[in-house]
Design a protein around this ligand. Structure first.
Ligand code: SF4
Ligand code: SF4
Length: 383
């Protein structure tokens, strides 16, 4: 390893990695126990400790190995799976079915999810009301808490929310890892603007119809959470659309292209989070003094966020979700997490440490509840 690369390696010794993990250890413990641990329920205690240890082992390994993406993806995928399981379980516990009826909508008995946020803004501005028929249901977070957390994550992480906070991104992230090499390589770059068109369309139609049209007609994740009871042609068409979009954009295209196609092409919240990259203090930077233009980072990027031209210019586009895949792929350690305004060759290790701490804390906040619920359900099967 030449000297420059050796100096930039992000690996830490065992002791130093433990030291860096300690604050996360304490914070996640307080977060998951509310500062008052209660070990009276056996299955709850096992679930809590398993989740707590699992989270902290992943964080420790990020420091110890110097790698980010695969370790992040383990948590991100588990989060998506357990969240879907939790949503389905809660819905079945309450309604005895995975589907919802018009009555549930009228009674505001719908779980809220962050993808609805783009459709609430215009109607809220014009009518001073929230058009989503959601409520605090069976342990789901309230709308305001969800919006505040999403906003905080978006301002701090920018589009990093899409790799460190989103409930569903783990689905297409997971399927994009199925093949070693993509079967489809050439996809036009201009499709990455598509989420802005979807955003405009659903924001306007939701304002006109005063109902969240993306949830009603377009959300692929209805196929793995809950969707409207099929009672006629309209609801059958919706079910067909949800299942086709899930199959196409979340499963088949990610497998064939090794890209996160639902997040890159369809998600209206992804469009808003792309813009939030403009305010985030964190950014992925390329040190052109070290980079040898091998473009391994471009091939690794699952988000259409990095082109050969971007590498030549030494900057990553605003579509970047800060997943870390390009960083782990670079043989020269030339691309890394950085802080806006700081030159690419300065404070490299500090920038990664601070970014990892903040982003991991967000994913721990978002994911721990659903992971605990699922682990507890499994433990209850055995004891
Ligand atoms: S540029 Fe790098 S960090 Fe950003 S989305 Fe692509 S692979 Fe992930
Ligand atoms: S992988 Fe590293 S060295 Fe190769 S082009 Fe990307 S930043 Fe430069």
């Amino acid at each position: 390893m030449d000297e420059a690369i050796k100096n930039l390696t992000m690996r830490k010794s065992f002791g130093k990695s433990m030291l860096y993990t300690l604050p996360m250890f304490l914070l996640t413990f307080i977060l998951m126990t509310g500062g008052r641990p209660d070990f009276s329920d056996r299955s709850g205690t096992i679930a809590l400790l398993t989740t707590f240890l699992g989270l902290n082992i992943l964080y420790f390994l990020m420091h110890y190995t110097g790698k980010t993406d695969k370790l992040r993806a383990i948590l991100f995928i588990v989060f998506a799976l357990t969240l879907s399981f939790t949503l389905i379980k809660n819905t079945i516990d309450i309604r005895q079915t995975m589907t919802y009826s018009q009555g549930d909508i009228l009674e505001c008995n719908m779980p809220f999810c962050h993808l609805v946020i783009p459709m609430l803004i215009l109607p809220a501005a014009f009518t001073q009301s929230i058009i989503y028929p959601g409520s605090i249901l069976g342990g789901f977070a309230s709308i305001s808490a969800m919006v505040v957390l999403w906003l905080a994550a978006s301002v701090i992480l920018g589009r990093g929310f899409c790799s460190w906070g989103c409930f569903y991104g783990g689905w297409d992230d997971g399927f994009s890892r199925f093949r070693k090499k993509p079967a489809i390589r050439k996809i036009s770059d201009s499709w990455k603007w598509m989420p802005f068109a979807v955003l405009l369309m659903v924001a306007l139609t939701s304002a006109l119809a005063l109902t969240p049209t993306y949830c009603d007609w377009m959300c692929p994740f209805k196929a793995v959470t809950e969707f409207e009871e099929v009672t006629g042609i309209e609801s059958a068409a919706k079910a067909g659309i949800f299942i086709s979009l899930f199959g196409g954009f979340v499963v088949v295209l990610p497998v064939l292209t090794k890209k996160r196609t639902q997040c890159s092409y369809l998600c209206p919240l992804g469009a808003i989070n792309t813009l939030s990259n403009k305010v985030s203090p964190f950014i992925v930077k390329i040190d052109k003094q070290i980079c040898n233009d091998c473009y391994k980072c471009v091939q690794a990027c699952p988000m259409f966020a990095l082109t050969n031209d971007d590498v030549k210019k030494g900057s990553v586009s605003i579509f970047c979700t800060k997943c870390g895949k390009c960083i782990d792929a670079c043989p020269k350690q030339a691309i890394h997490y950085g802080i806006v305004g700081v030159p690419a060759n300065r404070m490299v290790k500090f920038s990664r440490n601070i970014f990892l701490f903040v982003s991991f804390l967000f994913i721990a906040i978002f994911a721990s509840g659903s992971i605990i619920t699922v682990v507890k359900s499994f433990v209850n099967l055995f004891i």
